[in-house]
Design a protein around this ligand. Structure first.
Ligand code: C2O
Ligand code: CU
Ligand code: CU
Length: 504
């Protein structure tokens, strides 16, 4: 009896973080900060890989948007939304050149959409707010994959409720393979030495349900969660059995910017960004990833390695610039925290390697630019905002809040353009453009870091910073259906920091 009681108490002590759930679930103070590596005991979930079915020359996927329940904390069922499962969705996998046909069935009690973030496709197939699927109906996008191997993703993009639906789980990964990705001798066995990591942060109520946007601060700064989830698992541990392991990391959080590194500060190689492979691997110890961005990295492990993946506050936001303090507060504070744990044993002697060159990337010459567009990002704390959103939205691009009926920009098909985003607000905004992948020319006049020199579709724009991008709008023109560009802090997007362009 004594033994049982002692065990119970020990259990409770360890579980301070692990299973004394009611206290920790709702605590807004960052629960993640208090964990130690030993609290990271839950096996990392690997989403199902879904290649669809090839029929009549098309790769066909059947997707069901569904309500469900997910047990993130033992004994607590959280109402969630998922694609073909209760939370998140399978990794959809296609090849360059595939003709893809997707049946999206909405079994939710609310309208939704499915947007293919990072995928180059016709505007009508994009799954933005204009392609709404009402409850009980379906949508059948068809498109051809015309872009290089890359890690893309999909998520709800429904008008005004993108943040809420993604928060509940409506997102997943979309992998594109091509001859290059198959030829490269990099780790590429799904779930074995090629591991997806979807990083999200969430708040919970005491009953286990998600708690989303409860106050003015969350509406302004975006919702920062007190619990970190990787592939829908809290406090995950992943066992490593391969010398080289590739991680495809998606920041699937609504608002949190991560500055990821390992607890032993080991170096790793970034091999791909949003749009696919970099030209060469880039050695890093820290990886900044803002909402919507992806990075593929290769990490080398040795037997008995036991390391944490952690977040450390961003130095770039700590700097003494005028708004630095506020920017830091609004982008997650200055406390480090743990994300997940990796434990290596029985390391196999693989033959995979990190090649010196990965791809050769297309560059658009600046002399051939047809047009330069400028975009100012603003957030104002006006009366409308303070009184609970009844008045004018405080989130604007070029002083305008999103309007589904207004086309903001008209682009000519096949033009090469420079888009310049200047952030006049006190917090950083990850700017995302649909349809295309771009190259970053400069950040405040300086060339971007090496790992930002590949193809991107989302770029973090700091306070007082101007980021210049170059891209070409190819293949798809449509006089009526627009594409979106917006801040990928989903609370900002939902409150109007979004515009529309058509390609004609
Ligand atoms: Cu990831 Cu407009 O979206
Ligand atoms: Cu997108
Ligand atoms: Cu924003």
């Amino acid at each position: 009896m004594a033994m049982t009681r002692r065990r119970f108490l020990q259990g409770a002590a360890i579980a301070g973080a692990a299973s004394l759930v009611p206290i920790y679930l709702s605590r807004t103070a960052f629960a993640g900060y208090t964990y130690t590596p030993n609290d990271f005991i839950n096996p990392l979930a690997i989403p199902r890989e879904h290649r669809g079915e090839v029929f009549n020359g098309k790769r066909i996927f059947n997707l069901l948007l569904q309500h469900g329940e997910t047990e993130f904390f033992k004994g607590y069922k959280t109402p969630t939304i998922g694609v073909n499962t209760s939370y998140l969705g399978p990794v959809l996998r296609v090849n360059r050149g595939d003709k893809v046909a997707i049946n999206v069935n909405n079994a939710l009690s609310q309208p939704s959409t499915l947007h293919w973030h990072g995928v180059h496709l016709p505007a009508k197939m994009d799954g933005g707010p204009h392609q709404e699927i009402v409850s009980g109906r379906s949508w059948h996008p068809k498109f051809e994959i015309k872009q290089p191997a890359s890690t893309q993703w999909f998520h709800s993009h429904v008008h005004n409720y993108t943040g809420a639906q993604v928060y509940q789980g409506l997102a997943g990964l979309f992998y594109i393979d091509d001859e290059n990705s198959q030829r490269l001798n990099i780790p590429k066995t799904y779930g074995v030495d090629d591991i997806p990591l979807v990083i999200q942060d969430r708040n919970f109520n005491d009953d286990g349900s998600f708690r989303y946007v409860t106050n003015m601060h969350e509406r302004m700064a975006g919702v920062l969660g007190g619990h970190i989830l990787v592939n829908g698992v809290v406090r995950p541990r992943h066992k490593i059995g391969h010398k080289l392991t590739r991680f495809r990391i998606l920041n699937g959080s609504n608002a949190r910017i991560y500055n990821l590194h390992f607890s032993d500060n080991r170096a790793f190689q970034q091999i791909a960004s949003d749009g696919g492979f970099l030209e060469k691997p880039v050695t890093l110890t820290h990886l900044r990833l803002s909402p919507g961005e992806r990075a593929e990295i290769i990490v080398e492990f040795q037997n008995n390695d036991d390391v944490m993946l952690q977040h450390k506050p961003l130095p770039s936001l700590n700097a003494g610039m005028g708004m630095g303090m506020m920017a830091m507060m609004m982008s997650g504070g200055n406390t480090p925290f743990q994300v997940m744990r990796f434990s290596a044993s029985n390391i196999a002697n693989d033959t995979s390697e990190i090649p010196e060159t990965l791809a050769s990337l297309q560059n658009w010459p600046e002399q051939q630019v047809n047009k330069v567009r400028r975009f100012g990002l603003d957030m104002t704390m006006g009366m409308g905002m303070m009184s609970g959103g009844g008045g004018r939205s405080g989130f604007t691009i070029n002083n305008q809040s999103f309007d589904m009926q207004r086309i903001d920009e008209v682009v000519t098909l096949n033009d090469i353009e420079i888009w310049e985003f200047t952030n006049h607000s006190p917090m950083p905004h990850p700017v995302h453009i649909h349809d295309i992948q771009f190259r970053i020319l400069t950040r405040n006049g300086q060339p971007p870091e090496l790992n930002e020199q590949g193809f991107k579709d989302t770029v973090l724009v700091h306070p007082d910073e101007t980021v210049r991008l170059i891209t070409r709008f190819e293949n798809y023109a449509d006089d009526t259906a627009p594409y979106m560009y917006h801040c990928h802090i989903l609370e900002h997007e939902d409150q109007g920091m979004m515009g529309q362009f058509i390609v004609t």
